[in-house]
Ligand binder design. Structure first.
Ligand SMILES: Cc1cc2nc3c(=O)[nH]c(=O)nc-3n(C[C@H](O)[C@H](O)[C@H](O)COP(=O)(O)O)c2cc1C
Length: 179
């Protein structure tokens, strides 16, 4: 059965802060009766786009890797959650690499996603610590014609335990319910 919501989770760290918030998101979504499929992109074989353009003729990428699993899920899902720690002022390279591969869906066999959301964790407390990731996400939403359904930024985090008692846990559950 196809998922309503696809999660692309970009942290390479298992059981870290990003994963903890993703689990809360999944709880909220499941309680609301939604079907969720999570892909931990750092654990998958996903090669970077070569920019060869052949996918715009054939609809299929020249790379033979795990990306078709994600694209197939996004061709029947309503909504997409991007989850990532901030690495050097942006989403992780692993998540960006997967997003670049959306290129093969722009002309042939497009994605069915209508709404997206962003969940970020970072170590820095500065008000602009998540800015680069948020700008990237919003531009992608506009380009894909997706509604931005919400952004959660959990800052000053160096371990998942630092989320204990914090409002972002409930915010993640709510986002899961409403996305
Ligand atoms: C390679 C690397 C780069 C990072 N760059 C930033 C950064 O630019 N800004 C920031 O606020 N935190 C940065 N951090 C901290 C992480 O974003 C933060 O600890 C995050 O919550 C880790 O999520 P995780 O537990 O899911 O791995 C960086 C961490 C690593 C390992």
């Amino acid at each position: 059965m196809s998922a309503n919501i696809v999660i692309l989770s970009g942290s390479p760290r298992k059981n870290g802060s990003t994963e903890r918030l993703v689990r809360e998101f999944i709880k909220g979504a499941s309680d609301a009766g939604k079907r969720v499929a999570e892909y931990r992109v750092a654990d998958m074989k996903i090669a970077p786009c070569l920019g060869c353009g052949s996918c715009h003729q054939s609809g299929v990428c020249v790379h033979k890797d795990d990306m078709p699993q994600i694209l197939d899920a996004l061709r029947s899902a309503d909504a997409l959650l991007f989850a990532s720690p901030v690495y050097y002022w942006n989403i992780t390279a692993q998540l960006k690499t997967a997003i670049d591969r959306f290129y093969s869906s722009l002309r042939i066999n497009p994605l069915t996603v209508k709404r997206a959301a962003l969940l970020l964790t970072c170590g820095n407390a500065a008000p602009d610590a998540c800015e680069g990731s948020v700008v990237t996400y919003k531009r992608i939403c506009r380009h894909q014609n997706w509604e931005d359904a919400g952004i959660i930024t959990a800052q000053s985090l160096h371990s998942p335990e630092m989320l204990d008692g914090r409002a972002e846990l409930e915010q993640a559950r709510e986002l899961g319910k409403n996305l």
